[in-house]
Write a protein of this length. Structure first.
Lengths: 368, 153
């Protein structure tokens, strides 16, 4: 398990999405534009700039098979981008009908729908309306009480998990007549008309739900919350297991394989959790031990160099000098600032990619 | 700046709904909760005199009186917890903290912050030494949980 690849962009990366074979990556440089970079050797070179949004782009998702991009932004819009014969990306407006910013957009597993979470206390499920030749949305409103921060699709293309600032993670049905076929009955429910609530969960100490993900088989849903916890709910057994993390809150997670959940957030390192009986156990903090920069005074529970700096000043009466700070002022982890997004690798179940406020785009292997 | 003169939490409708939701989750009335705290006190003080801090803490931290309108019960429960913390010897603090359940540790940290906010009534030196041990054990995450949890003790 460890770092496969890292690249430093000269800007904060607030959203990223790889294409189907990781030869291209779409990133948002903390602005209203989306940049598409092409892999060339160990570098990424700028290919296209997609500038259609008016405000910051909050989320990008790249559908691997149909090669379409969906972007959503604080300007209450979302666009679906397709590449035409000349290679230019052309936007198609989506009729979202939301009155507040969009926070996250995700393609469904079959790539015929996508869900947009918004600050308008709803999730807009969008599908292509042939008659008008644009993307139409249906809103999931009840019982969402506040901004939705994250969405995740169940493998059956119908169920949707969402979490937000009302401190609840919910699983709802996003069944669209005419687009979806009736799903197989599962532990989440049998008859699932649009907007059916299939489950509602909360973290042990409350807190906004920042990230949500289904297991690969869809039997469980996991979410991370601002109370530094990871919670996994399985409706079939009725278990809701929470793991209290020892560090700062997580903001994103991925569930790449049946027994492995990876989370990341304000502690700047991806954390790999593995199933341990009924609960989950932290196995590894990626990227923290194969670095040669280690400080002798580093505290065991956190990679916190500011803490160590003041402790040195206190105990040894050493004034802070730039060179003498632990690790030269940088963190033990690969990312030097909060990791904002983590995605499963489209090519492999054993890999994930992360991007963060330090501008780094990193790819990791979680193969044991 | 007129809002600074207003008790904004009392006027915030959503905040009231949230705490009322929490209160509805508890099936007991305010009076019942207050009497529960008093009943706990006898058992807890007995455990303190026997020198069994862990048992005393577990009893005192069980079923915290969350909710609005429960300030007397909350402050008497906090005093109870403070008695246990002061009665424990300094060298035993680490082992007591290690033997507490995760949930109990988080509730204990809430009481420690409750006490630190009222330095006139609580011994902050003792509270700080307990704080250090709990954060050694539970990490920054336990402090984050105290801050993010709407159920204030």
């Amino acid at each position: 398990m460890g770092l496969l690849d890292e690249y430093n962009f000269p800007f904060c990366v607030t959203a990223h999405a790889f294409n189907h074979d990781k030869t291209q990556v779409a990133v948002c440089p903390n602005s209203n534009e989306v940049h598409i970079y092409q892999r060339s050797g160990t570098q990424w070179t700028l290919g296209h700039v997609l500038a259609e949004h008016d405000l910051r782009v909050t989320s990008i998702d790249w559908a691997p098979r149909t090669n379409r991009l969906v972007t959503c932004s604080q300007d209450k819009n979302a666009y679906v981008w397709t590449q035409d014969a000349t290679g230019t990306w052309r936007p198609t407006l989506v009729h979202l009908r939301i009155q507040r910013a969009a926070t996250q957009a995700k393609w469904s597993p079959q790539e015929n729908k996508f869900a947009v979470a918004s600050g308008d206390k709803c999730v807009a499920v969008c599908y292509f309306g042939e008659d008008n030749d644009w993307w139409v949305s249906k809103h999931i409103k009840r019982p969402i009480a506040s901004t939705v921060l994250c969405v995740a699709w169940h493998p059956n293309n119908v169920l949707l998990a969402c979490g937000g600032t009302d401190m609840k993670a919910r699983v709802l049905s996003a069944f669209i007549k005419g687009v979806d076929e009736k799903p197989v009955a599962s532990a989440w429910g049998e008859r699932l008309p649009f907007n059916t609530l299939c489950g509602e969960f909360a973290a042990p100490s409350g807190g906004w739900i920042h990230g949500v993900a289904f297991s690969p088989d869809g039997e469980s849903v996991a979410f991370v919350s601002h109370d530094s916890s990871l919670t996994v709910a399985t409706p079939a057994s009725g278990d809701v297991v929470s793991v209290r993390a020892p560090g700062l809150p997580f903001v994103t997670l991925a569930w790449p394989a049946a027994d492995t959940i990876v989370t990341a957030g304000h502690d700047c390192s991806p954390m790999v959790y593995t199933r341990d009986g009924a609960s989950w156990r932290l196995v590894k903090r990626l990227g923290e031990d194969d670095r040669s920069r280690r400080s002798a005074t580093a505290s065991p529970s956190s990679g916190n160099s500011a803490f160590n700096l003041f402790r040195q000043m206190d105990s040894r009466n050493q004034p802070a000098r730039p060179g003498s700070a632990a690790d030269g002022g940088s963190l033990r982890s690969i990312h030097q600032n909060t990791i904002t997004e983590m995605h499963r690798d489209p090519t492999s179940d054993a890999d994930i990619s992360t991007s963060g406020l330090d501008g780094k785009l990193a790819q990791w292997s979680i193969r044991a | 700046m007129a809002h600074r003169k207003l008790a904004i939490d009392d006027l915030d409708v959503e905040n009231q709904e949230m705490t009322e939701q929490m209160q509805f989750m508890s099936t007991r009335s305010n009076e019942e909760v207050a009497s529960m705290v008093d009943q706990k006190a006898a058992a807890v003080r007995a455990a303190i005199t026997r020198g069994n801090s862990i048992e005393a803490l577990e009893k005192a931290l069980a079923d915290p009186p969350y909710g609005r309108g429960l300030e007397p019960a909350q402050s008497s429960n906090a005093q109870l917890v403070s008695e246990i913390l002061m009665a424990t010897r300094a060298q035993d603090i680490a082992s007591v903290v290690a033997n507490l359940a995760d949930e109990d540790r988080d509730v204990l940290l809430k009481y420690i912050y409750h006490g630190l906010a009222r330095p006139a009534e609580f011994n902050c030196g003792v509270l700080l030494s307990w704080h250090e041990r709990i954060v050694e054990n539970g990490g920054l995450g336990s402090i984050v949980r105290v801050m993010s949890d709407r159920r204030v003790v």
